[in-house]
Design a protein around this ligand. Sequence first.
Ligand SMILES: *Cc1c(COP(=O)(O)O)cnc(C)c1O
Length: 345
Amino acid sequence: MGVLTRYGKYLPVSEKTPAVNLEEGSTPLVRLDRIGGELGIELWAKLEGCNPSGSFKDRGMVLAFAKALEDGARAFVCASTGNTSASAAAYAAHVGAPCYVLLPSGKVALGKLAQALIYGARVISVEGNFDRALEMAREAAELKKIAIVNSVNPYRIISQKTGAWEICETLGQAPDLHVVPVGNAGNISAYWAGYRDFNAWGRISALPKMIGVQAEGAAPLATGKPCPNPETVATAIRIGNPVGAKTAIEAVSGSGGFFETVTDGEILDAQKTLASRAGIFAEPASCATLAGLVKLAAAGKLPGGSKTVIVLTGNGLKDPDAAVSRVGPPVKIGGTLDELLGVMT
Ligand SMILES: *Cc1c(COP(=O)(O)O)cnc(C)c1O
């Protein structure tokens, strides 16, 4: 059941809103007992990489497209570190509309680039970083009167609240800690708004603490300082000037949570841990969440037994280069059985 079907009565949709549906949302919430046990907490992972284009972006994109079509939009534009473009290109293809995507040159994971291209978007590589590409997309949208589907589009954030609603419905309550990677800071704001909705509607009785994790090289919110040249292996959160800064800060401070930073090395270690100890392959940005928890546990700052949800925002297959950089190549042998038995240790 897609997001607009499952949650239409809580979203700004009417009979006039086109029923866009790629069966996004309703993603698995998986309990990770091995890793949780080591950290001394009850750990759950929300597998947003199971969405149709492989990231949580589909949750918001479906409503952004539906509302834009309702308003008569004929074409779509976005700037992206990769997953927004993959998602926008998928929905544009699904509804039969043209889509322009602006990508910062050379900094997009291969899987995401392949997605935007194969879905048939007009893919434009921009010299400069994400923040510059977004400025250009906003100006072009205004001039050409086409719909911009970045998270400046309010429907994206509204519809991303469904992630929090699903977690509450599955657990029957909110977690104690909600941990999410922060790039442009839309998702953390959406989750917090979603939990607050469910609290206001009497569906949960307590709110989680929100923990926003940033990469050390792209940590404007964690440090409180602008970051003109963001750098990290986690390209999805390689953002120096988050559009959602204000609401993200409100989410963190309003919930009694905090921001945290992790290094690229810690991110890739956490990616390996999730894959090899839980069977879950998530992209580097997603793994910043577990890296953050590992760091907190080591510092004795993780309350024992906390019911904790990490949002694994995107699928690991999108960025195979990052994973291979951490684990190295396969064992090579010739074609004999002896050689094979020799390496089966
Ligand atoms: C977009 C994205 C993020 C960052 O989310 P924001 O809403 O920009 O903070 C994190 N991880 C992945 C995989 C993403 O695609």
